[in-house]
Write a new protein. Structure first.
Length: 180
């Protein structure tokens, strides 16, 4: 399957420090962002982080359409992923948890969407092992914080398609450096 649809709506799964930084970056680049996290106070903490990061993003230069108003939040994973063009996952680095989370995300996300993980401790081959569409799963591991350091490591797994890796790289390059 080609992964060439336009990316307009991004789902953030997990809104701790890394997920919140990603959300700030995506908003600053003019994307619609829907975030999800079951933790208590997750939405309030996310919005506080974005408000704190926003002056730095203004100083770096916002893209056309950039707005904190483009952020929505739901505690429901399926709702967050239903219309996502791109998913940036930022959950705990626990093998069994990630395998189940990727299976759940895979089932809830349109099959032509890329599902990326900020993981630095698990391989994509492990995380995608229970997915029905493992070909679209990639590591998209940022240097920290993502909204300040324009560097992302992209790695596929054993079942990831070369097209998905290529599309993820194109997306991150455009996100972090703008059009060529």
């Amino acid at each position: 399957m080609p992964f060439d649809k336009p990316i307009r709506r991004i789902a953030i799964v997990g809104t701790g420090v890394i997920g919140a930084s990603w959300a700030a970056e995506f908003l600053a680049r003019g994307f619609d962002v829907i975030a999800t996290d079951p933790a208590p106070n997750a939405e309030a903490n996310l919005r506080k982080y974005i408000d704190m990061a926003w002056p730095s993003l203004i100083a770096l230069g916002l893209d056309k359409g950039a707005s904190r108003e483009r952020l929505s939040f739901t505690p429901e994973l399926k709702e967050a992923l239903r219309d996502a063009d791109f998913v940036q996952e930022n959950g705990p680095e626990k093998k069994d948890f990630k395998i189940q989370l990727f299976a759940d995300m895979d089932a809830a996300t349109p099959p032509d969407s890329i599902v990326a993980s900020s993981s630095s401790g698990l391989t994509m081959s492990v995380m995608q092992s229970a997915c029905k569409h493992p070909e679209r799963c990639v590591i998209g591991h940022p240097f920290n914080p993502p909204h300040m350091v324009p560097l992302v490591e992209v790695v596929g797994g054993a079942k990831t398609s070369a097209d998905a890796v290529h599309r993820a790289i194109e997306f991150y390059v455009l996100l972090l450096f703008g059009p060529a």
